[in-house]
Ligand binder design. Structure first.
Ligand SMILES: Cc1cc2nc3c(=O)[nH]c(=O)nc-3n(C[C@H](O)[C@H](O)[C@H](O)COP(=O)(O)OP(=O)(O)OC[C@H]3O[C@@H](n4cnc5c(N)ncnc54)[C@H](O)[C@@H]3O)c2cc1C
Length: 563
């Protein structure tokens, strides 16, 4: 995060993006795949971007926290969805925040919210800006004098550690790598690795109920949150530090997923754990997706609770380097601190054997004490390895560099840069995700693929691909995650994507899924969220907002529709 300034339009740092021959190569692949010439477009440089003038000035007491230069206003204009990256790379920044404020203390947050409430200015909390659902875009209607984005990145750090209870008090603006660096020094980890880990924050995770490393059981940040503190214009909501409670509806559940609409999360107590030093994982291949689905269902219902359990359809496996495109692949992994987990993997392999699994790779790393007595890393090929240093947020369960699983993990971590490069090559390229019960999965998958095909016929000349993986699995259903790539028509990519997005989102809801398993609601999913949530709950949420944010300035238009 500290290494230079972040791109004002795309993921991460510009220097890390494919360029030159790599970009041309990508355009060549696109042309070959869709039979249309793909040309590479250069992103519009910041100097050429025209911005509307800032409409508000901060009071002198807050001026030291506020910035209004073009870089800050562009950086905070969008999240990092396909639509965001496309518009940003075209130099389109029509409604930037008027000011970007960097609160350094909770008192600063209180003062900024007070000023915004009194002056009729919308206040948008901002963590890492990795939202893919329009959560940080200042589209707040006409009812406000201006927009101030509250960038929480200076309200950061691990401020207290309760070793005995394994919990850490962490400020909201702490980015993933900074959190893990601080915990690593104590032999601990939070082990929450969304794919956006590098450029997203603790507060953002809580506000969006992000999904992380664990494919079963502790899938969302919800499960790792002990207590939370939210500052709203009308006061503070702080929940009690307890391991569990049956005292009425859980107050932290009001804050989880609140997406900045109720106020600013300033800090939280997070459940941490000793760093795992024992891992076991396998790469499994299946003759058909149907058999792989049944195998994963059996695993999810076995009670074994693997840390990693990812199903990749053949095309997804091919793109990620985990397969040759002819078979579905399942990556399964276990991990623990101080005790071996090889027996758990063996039990999992027994479960999937009945479903025709072929074990392509198997790897076991015992904890150091056992390693010293001679049972170090054992792989089928007999080679030794060490745990990967990079987060294994969705890859091979955190174990060493096994071929297919490691290839897939690397591709997973580099994917956001490749996505941006595809956008520059003219592709329509985006993901969407859901969760559904097992009894409805096949029908939902079929409906999504049909909806996408019909949308391609309407919008992209019938050309486009849809691939699927399961990011998380539960005893009662999977969380399917779809990736769409289609050739764009220069200048019409937004409209083309909108056709696909609407068709697929309608299909998800009609087939019994949710509009999002972990990407959140933001502005982009509001329509489907309103259809999905019980109307009475919507009224309760609106009442809660009225109470905590009487002037309605906190991220207007998110979760509660604009008046
Ligand atoms: C390439 C890529 C990969 C991704 N992978 C994953 C993934 O694996 N799992 C996943 O769950 N999501 C993923 N996302 C989505 C996104 O990273 C998550 O939603 C993440 O939790 C957002 O965190 P952030 O700090 O970037 O929040 P932001 O994007 O800054 O904000 C998101 C929302 O939270 C609110 N918010 C932020 N901070 C606070 C705060 N302190 N108090 C109150 N409200 C706040 C904002 O107002 C906004 O509504 C991915 C996104 C990208 C671009």
């Amino acid at each position: 995060v500290e290494a230079g300034r972040r791109s004002h339009w795309g993921w991460g740092h510009d220097a890390a993006r494919p360029s030159g021959d790599a970009l041309d190569g990508l355009a060549g692949l696109l042309s070959a795949r869709f039979g249309e010439p793909a040309t590479v477009r250069a992103p519009v440089p910041l100097e050429d971007v025209e911005l509307p003038p800032s409409r508000v000035a901060p009071p002198s007491s807050l001026a030291r926290l506020c910035r209004a230069d073009p870089y800050e206003r562009c950086l905070h204009h969008y999240g990092r969805s396909f639509r965001d990256v496309l518009r940003g790379s075209r130099g389109e920044f029509p409604h930037p925040p008027d000011l970007v404020a960097y609160p350094e203390t909770e008192e600063d947050v209180v003062a900024l919210l007070e000023w915004c409430s009194q002056a009729g200015i919308a206040a948008l909390p901002y963590g890492g800006g990795s939202s893919v659902v329009g959560g940080v875009e200042p589209l707040v209607g006409d009812g406000f004098r201006g927009v101030v984005t509250l960038d929480l990145s200076r309200l950061a750090g691990v401020v207290e550690l309760d070793r005995r209870s394994l919990a850490a008090r962490v400020r909201a603006g702490t980015f993933g790598p900074a959190l893990e660096d601080a915990l690593r020094r104590e032999g601990l980890t939070f082990r929450h690795f969304p794919q956006s880990f590098e450029f997203s924050t603790v507060g953002g995770w809580i506000a969006t109920r992000s999904g992380g490393h664990f494919a079963t059981r502790y899938t969302h940040v919800d499960d790792l949150l002990e207590a939370v503190r939210l500052v709203g214009p009308a006061g503070v909501l702080e929940t009690r530090r307890v391991p569990a409670s049956g005292a009425g509806p859980a107050p932290e559940r009001l804050v989880l997923g609140s997406e900045g609409a109720l106020g600013v999360v300033t800090e939280a107590w997070l459940r941490v754990r000793p760093r795992p030093d024992a891992r076991a994982r396998a790469t499994l291949r299946f003759g058909s997706v149907e058999r792989a689905v049944e195998a994963v269902r059996a695993l999810a219902q076995s009670g074994l609770e693997p840390a990693n359990c990812r199903l990749l359809d053949p095309a997804e496996a091919l793109v990620g380097g985990a397969g040759d495109g002819s078979t579905a692949v399942v990556l399964v992994g276990f991990e623990a601190a101080g005790r071996p987990v090889g027996a758990l993997l063996d039990a999992a392999l027994e479960v999937v054997a009945d479903h025709g699994a072929v074990v392509a790779e198997r790897e076991v790393l015992d904890p150091p004490a056992r390693a010293a007595s001679g049972t170090a890393l054992v792989t089928d090929s007999g080679s030794a390895g060490a745990p990967g240093a990079a987060p294994s947020g969705g890859g091979g369960g955190g174990a060493g560099p096994a071929g297919a699983a490691e290839a897939w993990r690397r591709s997973f971590l580099g994917a956001p840069y490749v996505r941006d490069a595809l956008v520059l090559c003219g592709a329509v390229c985006e993901t969407f995700e859901t969760a559904v019960t097992w009894d409805r999965f096949e029908a939902l998958d079929e409906a999504v693929r049909q909806a996408a095909a019909a949308a391609f016929a309407e919008a992209t000349g019938g050309r486009g691909s849809v691939t699927c993986r399961f990011t998380h699995v539960y005893p009662d259903g999977p969380a399917p995650y779809y990736t769409v790539v289609a050739p764009g028509r220069a200048g019409a990519e937004l409209e083309q994507w909108q056709v696909v997005k609407e068709a697929c989102s309608d299909a998800l809801l009609a087939a019994g899924g949710t509009i999002t398993h972990h990407h959140a609601v933001g502005r982009d999913h509001l329509r489907w969220y309103l259809a999905e949530r019980p109307p009475a709950f919507g009224a309760v949420l609106a009442a809660a907002k009225k109470l905590l944010d009487p002037a309605g300035v906190c991220n207007p238009g998110v979760l509660v529709p604009l008046a």
